[in-house]
Design a protein around this ligand. Structure first.
Ligand SMILES: [Zn+2]
Length: 322
């Protein structure tokens, strides 16, 4: 296994900027692209070397790791961890040092055994996205707004999401170039926008603005306005209508909470219009270490209309008594 001088492969200085590395890579990839030199094994190998160097140097984590390796790379490969008095104090992720191909020969798939040893993790997956495989590697965690009904916030629900996700361009395999020009499919980016579909679960007890993380996606919850309910945090407020006689003499009303649960409420005699009743724990359910909210029921008294002559007489009598 030989040390690979990736800077030399791309012909850039160790201090090269991301942009300089990209420019150098583009130029070399164009010059050595297999489509230009079909059947030329030397060009194919150079193309692979260029890709490998770019795979490492274009990724800031990999580049940092590679720069730290430097001339210590042999020692790094020989130790299983930063042992006592750990030498130059160089630290690596040793977990993937011994997990790869490990052989002295060039590894399969066009990457050197040096690459496989030190960078054979996530980088390899990305690099091997061939035309038939559609590898998707989100560059940053996606965030999507998800609207749920109040009932769904109570009971939990699932959603099918389509997340924009950059993928290796299937046309140029990430090189950004085809023949002597820029790849027409990705316009030189080497990546193109794809989508990945996932089904995600939203647990019971989300509130307005809740963030739910699932499968690398953050969902920001928006609870759809409900004509029958007002939502304040985990507390839920609704109205219930009783007639004059129920409000005056007392009654019992029953209704379903947004979770579908049937509850009944005793309205005491002489309850005023607008009086509020608290049903403890019947708001949005407990979640994320927060207790369940309460359900507030606000009384709305409806007055009788279209009184008969007899009714009117009785109301007049009531009024006189007062
Ligand atoms: Zn392309």
């Amino acid at each position: 296994m030989d040390f690979k001088d990736y800077y030399k492969t791309l012909g850039v200085a160790k201090t090269a900027t991301e942009k300089e590395i990209k420019t150098a890579y583009r130029k070399l990839a164009r010059e050595n692209h297999p489509d230009v030199h079909s059947g030329d094994k030397g060009a194919e190998k150079r193309f692979q070397e260029i890709n490998e160097a770019y795979e490492v140097l274009s990724d800031s984590d990999n580049r940092k790791k590679y720069d730290q390796l430097g001339s210590q790379w042999r020692n790094a490969g020989a130790r299983r961890g930063p042992g006592p008095g750990g030498g130059a104090g160089v630290e690596f992720d040793f977990s993937d040092l011994f997990g790869g191909a490990g052989g002295q020969q060039e590894a399969a798939g066009g990457f050197s055994s040096f690459f496989e040893r030190f960078f054979g993790g996530a980088g390899r997956q990305q690099a091997r996205g061939g035309p038939q495989q559609s590898q998707s590697q989100p560059e940053q965690p996606a965030s999507v707004d998800v609207e749920v009904s109040l009932a769904e916030a109570y009971s939990g629900t699932t959603r099918q999401l389509e997340i924009a996700s950059p993928q290796v361009c299937p046309q140029c395999r990430g090189a950004g170039v085809m023949g002597n020009g820029i790849c027409p499919v990705c316009r030189g980016a080497g990546r193109q926008q794809g989508t990945r579909r996932l089904e995600v679960r939203i647990p019971p007890g989300v509130t307005q603005g809740s963030k739910v993380k699932a499968q690398g996606v953050t969902m920001v919850i928006n609870i759809k306005p409900d004509p029958d309910y007002e939502i304040k945090g985990r507390d839920v407020i609704r109205k219930t209508v009783v007639d004059l006689y129920g409000a005056v003499l007392g009654t019992e009303v029953s209704f379903r909470t947004p979770s579908g649960k049937e509850v009944s409420l005793k309205v005491p005699a002489e309850s005023q219009n607008g009086r509020s009743f608290r049903l403890s724990g019947h708001g949005l359910p407990a979640a994320a270490g927060k207790p369940a909210g309460d359900l507030y029921v606000k009384l709305e008294v409806s007055l009788p209309t279209k009184l008969t002559a007899r009714e009117k007489e009785l109301f007049e009598e009531l009024a006189r008594l007062r």
